[in-house]
Structure formats: C-alpha cells, structure tokens
Design a protein. Structure first.
Length: 307
C-alpha cells in the first residue's frame, strides 16, 4: 500500500476554556444489587438506541490480573441510528462517537452504582466542531435513558478538566490511486486485525454503517464506505479504573475508517488518550504512563500498516 501521511487534524484547544466538567455522572444506591447493566440497556433501547457492546469487564480483569476491584464494571456502547446518520453527514469525524461509551461501575464493598458518559459539549470539543443540535439531541436521549433506568440517582457534572493542548483526535489519511478503494479498505482491515493482538489490543465489536446506520436507498449518503472499530487494551482500562473509573466513558476507543465519494482518500482516526487524561483528570502516574504507551502503540500500528 502507498504510504499514508499522518494528518494533524487534532484540536488545539485549552480545556480550561470550558467551565463545566466533561462527564455526566450518576450515583445511586444499589446495596441489594437489583440494578444491573441490563436495567440500563433496556432504557436505552426504549429510547431508540441500539446497543453495540455490553461487556462485563470483571471476569477479564480476574482472568488477566487475578483480581477485580469491582463487582460491576461494564463497558456499554450505544448509538441512535437516525441521529448518527445525520451527525456524520454534518461532520464525518464525529463517527468517533458512533457508538458512544457509557461506563457502569460499582466497586467491591461499595453500595453505590455509578454511570458516566460524555457531555455533548465535550464530544464537540474532541471532534473539533461547535456543539450542535444533533449532538444535543443524542445527549438528551441518553440522559433520558439513564434517568428512566435510575430515577432516584444523584446527577452531576465531573470536575473541571485538566488543561490539554495536544491533539484530541489522531487522524491519518491514505491517498488512493485509481479505483482501488475496496482493495485498500480490505488491506487496512486485515492489517488492523493482524497488528492489534501483538500490541495487546482487542477488537470487541465493529460497525458497518451501510448495515447499521444508513438507509440503503439514501442517495444523499456521501460515503463510499464508513466503518468503526471498537478497540480495547485491558491493562489500560484496569489501571485507569483504580483511580478514575469514570474514564470508562471513553472505553472502548472507536476507530473510524471511511471514504467520501467525492474524495480519493481513506480517513482513519480515533480520540487520543489525552482526552482520558484531561476529561477524567487522570493524574496517577502509573495510569498516565499506561495511557501514553497505548497512544504510542496505536499510532505505531496505523503507521506500520499504511507504509
């Protein structure tokens, strides 16, 4: 494949410019364990969301690290097909939040269940756009879902984010020559799958927007193809969760791979770990080192498979 160039489309924004925190947080008593991730899944589905992923991480934690600090630690990703369709037509990079993460967790010995998800303002900041009506509608429906599932929960915003001037999105592009888009897409997918495992990444789910988001008869669809890949690195989630479990709203990371019909290039991109550091206020040194290593590894994979 032709060499792909790293495109620094990141957002050079200072997080301190935003007064409110980046995460919606919910706390509710769950001493008897009656509230489960299924409680939340049903509420999201009732409000028109599809569930892309609903992974209980306690068993993987126990298997790899021989213990889990949590009785509940679930990574759920959700998307609203009609709104997702509209959103990526407004800004293609916004697919990094299709699906979007919902963290659900309760520590061992704790009687409180917690839920975390990103605000629409934080999503817009990461994508690099002004907050818009579509992001706000998705946020409104997501909050409605959590409130219906947990009607007595305490709801609040996270603390102000840490300052961050590095690129909030890591974007790459591959320039096509001729009509080799489908072959290039296949090569990229094969190489992604082949390179993730040696670096400790797993791919718990994928989405093909032709099947999951777009209307097959939509002549306004501007994409030749659009896919997202959910990517996890277990040591990252486990280590960060020790001090900042609310960062589960960022996991798994979503990698977008798409081509617009009007362009002779394939775009790849994912939200950088700097968002975890900033929005979730990750200050623990071990957690920071683990996140930064994951960023380095992820970028090295994309560089390696596209050169």
């Amino acid at each position: 494949m032709k060499k792909i160039a790293l495109v620094l489309i990141g957002v050079f924004l200072t997080v301190s410019a935003y007064a409110a925190g980046d995460l919606h947080l919910f706390d509710i008593s769950n001493k008897d364990g009656a509230l489960t991730t299924q409680t939340l899944q049903k509420a999201f589905e009732k409000n028109g969301f599809k569930i892309a992923l609903n992974n209980d991480m306690t068993k993987p934690f126990e298997k790899q690290f021989e213990k889990s600090d949590f009785k509940i630690f679930t990574l759920m990703t959700v998307y609203q097909p009609e709104l997702a369709n509209k959103l990526i037509k407004v800004e293609a990079k916004s697919g990094v939040f299709v699906p979007m993460g919902v963290g659900i967790y309760q520590a061992n010995g704790e009687n409180t269940l917690h839920v975390s998800l990103l605000t629409s303002e934080a999503q817009a900041k990461i994508i690099g756009i002004q907050n818009n009506d579509i992001l706000k509608k998705i946020e409104t429906l997501a909050l409605k879902s959590v409130r219906e599932a947990l009607p007595n929960a305490k709801e609040y915003l996270s603390e102000d984010s840490l300052k961050e001037n590095r690129n909030l999105l890591s974007m790459f592009e591959y320039t096509l020559s001729g009509n080799d888009a489908e072959k290039a897409k296949g090569d990229i997918k094969m190489n992604l799958e082949g390179n993730f495992a040696p670096h400790g990444f797993i791919m718990p789910s994928t989405m093909d927007f032709d099947a999951d988001v777009f209307d097959g008869n939509d002549n306004a669809n501007p994409f030749s193809f659009y896919e997202t890949y959910s990517i996890c690195k277990l040591p990252v989630i486990y280590t960060v969760a020790k001090s900042r479990p609310e960062a589960a709203a960022f996991a798994p990371c979503t990698l977008v791979v798409y081509k617009k019909k009007s362009e002779d290039k394939i775009i790849l991109g994912f939200p950088a770990v700097y968002n975890w550091l900033s929005s979730a206020k990750v200050e623990d040194q071990e957690a920071k080192a683990t996140l930064l290593k994951a960023q380095e590894d992820f970028e090295s994979i994309l560089k390696e498979i596209t050169e």
